[in-house]
Every structure is written in C-alpha cells, then in structure tokens.
Design a protein around this ligand. Structure first.
Ligand SMILES: [Zn+2]
Ligand SMILES: [Zn+2]
Length: 258
C-alpha cells in the first residue's frame, strides 16, 4: 500500500512524503526539501513522522523551493539523496551524505518503492518528475512544469492518485503585480502549469482508476483556491467534494492508495 502526504506546497517551499509497506511504513521517501531543517522537522512531527526514519530524499530540480534544506537534512540524518547530474551541479549545497545519480528516462527502486522518472519542460538544468509505484498502485506527482507533452501524458497513464500543479489563474497573473518578465517566465512553456492547462491535462488522461486528485504549487498571489478547485472539477467532471488542494502552510494529511 502507498501512503502519501504533503509537508507544504507553493513557491515558499515544497516537500512530499511517500511511504509503502506496513502500518508505519517500510520505505519512506521525501520528495523535495524546500524547507529549513527546523521547519521540516516540525512539519514531519505534524504528520507523526521523524527525519530519522527517512530512507531517501529525491530531488526534482534545483529551484530553492525544492532544495533549500536538502543538504543540511541529508547530513544531519545521514540520508542518501537521489537526483539528476544536472540538478546536482546546479545545487549550491550538494554536499550530501550520499549521492545517487538518476537518469530521467530510467526507472529505479528505493527499497520497495519503484520510481518512474520523466523529464519535463521547466526552466531548470535537468528537471524531472515522477510516478511512484509499489506494484499495486501508482501515484503521479507533477509540481513544476510549463506545459504537458505526449510523453508526460504517457507516463501519467492508469494513475490511482495524482498531485497536479495548478499554479496560476491566467487573468490574475496577467493583471497582477508581477513585472512583465516574471509574468512571461511563469506562463512560458518552461514555466508553470496554469489552471486551464491543468484542466486540459486532466481531460486528456484516462481517469478511471483515479481516486485522489490534489492540486499543488498553487500561487498565493496569482491564484485562489476557488479558481484552482474549479479547474480540477471541470477537468475531472466531478463535484468539489472529490478534489482538494495542498496548502503552503500545512500541505495535506495522509492519504492511502489501496
Ligand atoms: Zn521550479
Ligand atoms: Zn517549484
């Protein structure tokens, strides 16, 4: 069984927990670490977990909202880190306790969890995103991507759970306070996924096995929870009760894929 929870999601920091196995988890992976060690420890405690029990840190790309605390956490608790060579070279603090390089086209395993990486268009050196599987169920996590591609849609087939970026509402972004250069960056094909694109992605997927859909990396300036939830509902053709969002302050609590 796969369990997952978010420690927080948004431009100020991202981290997700993925567990498999018995009640309290045989394998526990931290995907991204965009919080300080102290903040991460507190957020883990809120989810009744501790950093001592993490088997691995997996990094998607080098933006600070994904790696800010990775080096310190890895050294303090002797946790190995998995990431692409490109991401490794772009991390300011890459003095990890142990480093494992991943090929973003090659599946690999961390104990009893299989990871299926795939490259995504995003303005980082070698960004990738993942599907996690225990053989019985599949959890897709796409937090940072400028657009979806046939290759990405192919990887997101037959999911039981999906964490999907809903970064911005187009009108709010273009009428908002960001300088033009930042508006262009966020909305470019190597920036972030807006509500309309997330809705479009969902319409292109086979959702018959999907039990959990959670919007992530929701901008606090260029989006509202209402806009993001509406996009997910329209993409899924479902009621607001069937979709939810990860918050910057609390993420979301444990869920299970059975
Ligand atoms: Zn990013
Ligand atoms: Zn990000």
């Amino acid at each position: 069984m796969i369990r997952f929870a978010s420690l927080g999601s948004g431009s100020k920091g991202n981290a997700t927990l993925i567990e498999s196995g018995a009640k309290d988890g045989d394998t526990r992976i931290l995907l991204d670490c965009g919080f300080s060690t102290k903040a991460l420890e507190a957020r883990l405690a809120n989810l009744e977990r501790s950093a001592e029990t993490l088997n691995a840190i997996v990094i998607t790309h080098e933006h600070s909202d994904h790696i800010a605390g990775a080096g310190r956490l890895s050294r303090k608790y002797n946790i190995p880190v998995w990431l692409t060579v490109g991401t490794y070279h772009m991390c300011r603090d890459n003095d990890f306790a142990q480093t494992h390089f991943i090929d973003s086209h090659t599946d690999f395993e961390i104990d009893d969890i299989s990871l299926h990486p795939f490259p995504v268009p995003h303005d980082a050196r070698e960004p990738c995103q993942f599907v996690f599987s225990d053989g019985a169920s599949r959890l897709g996590i796409v937090t940072d991507l400028g657009c979806h591609t046939p290759h990405i849609l192919n990887h997101l087939k037959s999911l039981n759970g999906l964490l999907l970026e809903c970064n911005y509402d187009q009108d709010m972004l273009f009428n908002g306070a960001y300088p033009k250069s930042l508006k262009d960056r966020v909305s470019s094909f190597k920036g972030h996924l807006g509500n309309e694109q997330s809705k479009d992605l969902l319409k292109k997927l086979d959702l018959t096995k999907l039990k959990h859909i959670i919007g992530v990396h929701v901008s606090e300036k260029n989006n509202t929870p209402e806009h993001a939830l509406q996009a997910l509902c329209e993409g899924m053709n479902c009621s607001p009760n069937d979709v939810s969002l990860a918050s910057q302050s609390n993420g979301f609590s444990w869920r299970e894929l059975s």
